[in-house]
Design a protein around this ligand. Structure first.
Ligand code: GLN
Length: 194
């Protein structure tokens, strides 16, 4: 099993390091040929408008959307979660997105004072202990479609992690911690889909 990390912009190196730390082969994906070599893909945090534009420029957008429709697993963190979503609030109307995850996600939802924070987040599917979640100018998920399962909520009920079958999205950054449980969860999704 090989998991790709989209390496056009953002914190892709940290995802690669995390995958290798938990014993999974990881390669950086920049070109359509790279995509053909991987069983699943992580879209990192960074700047979602830039990542979306580069996906179009590197001719990955349509290809990736097609593979996802065929069951290809993708995990998006923060900006990556935005790129997956089918409704992006507080974004330019022409922000290119994959539009495959049936949620409404709001960019930069925490405002200026608390645009970055860390919290110990209960995540029932991962069990104990809570997951140390790092939020950096993070989005929140405001609506979820029928096939979407919320995996984690803040104390006020705000949804910050979801799964829709083979698609996984977190508003925060597990790759910036030493806790590999989200990456392991994604690897299990990839393994099942092979
Ligand atoms: N605010 C960024 C965006 O909207 C996401 C930030 C991040 O990935 N840490 O794309």
């Amino acid at each position: 099993m090989v998991i790709g990390v989209l390496a056009l912009q953002g914190d892709f190196r940290e995802h690669g390091q995390m995958l290798r730390r938990i014993g999974i082969d990881a390669i950086e994906v920049r070109l359509p040929a790279d995509l053909a070599r991987v069983d699943g893909l992580i879209i990192p945090g960074g700047e979602s408008t830039t990542i979306g534009k580069l996906l179009v420029r590197f001719e990955l957008m349509d290809l990736l959307r097609q593979r996802i429709a065929d069951g290809f697993p993708v995990y998006g963190t923060c900006a990556g979660a935005i790129v997956l979503s089918n409704q992006v609030l507080d974004a330019a109307a022409d922000q290119p997105v994959l539009g495959v995850l049936d949620v409404a996600i709001r960019r930069n939802a925490f405002g200026r004072q608390v645009d970055s924070f860390e919290v110990d987040l209960p995540v029932p599917i991962l069990g104990d202990p809570p997951f140390h979640a790092v939020f950096i100018r993070a989005p929140i998920i405001e609506r979820i479609g029928r096939g979407v399962e919320p995996l984690a909520r803040l104390d006020d009920g705000t949804i910050v992690a979801v799964q829709q079958g083979h698609l996984l999205a977190t508003a925060f950054h597990p790759e910036l911690t030493t806790d590999g449980r989200f990456h392991q969860h994604f690897a299990a999704i990839v393994e099942r889909s092979r």
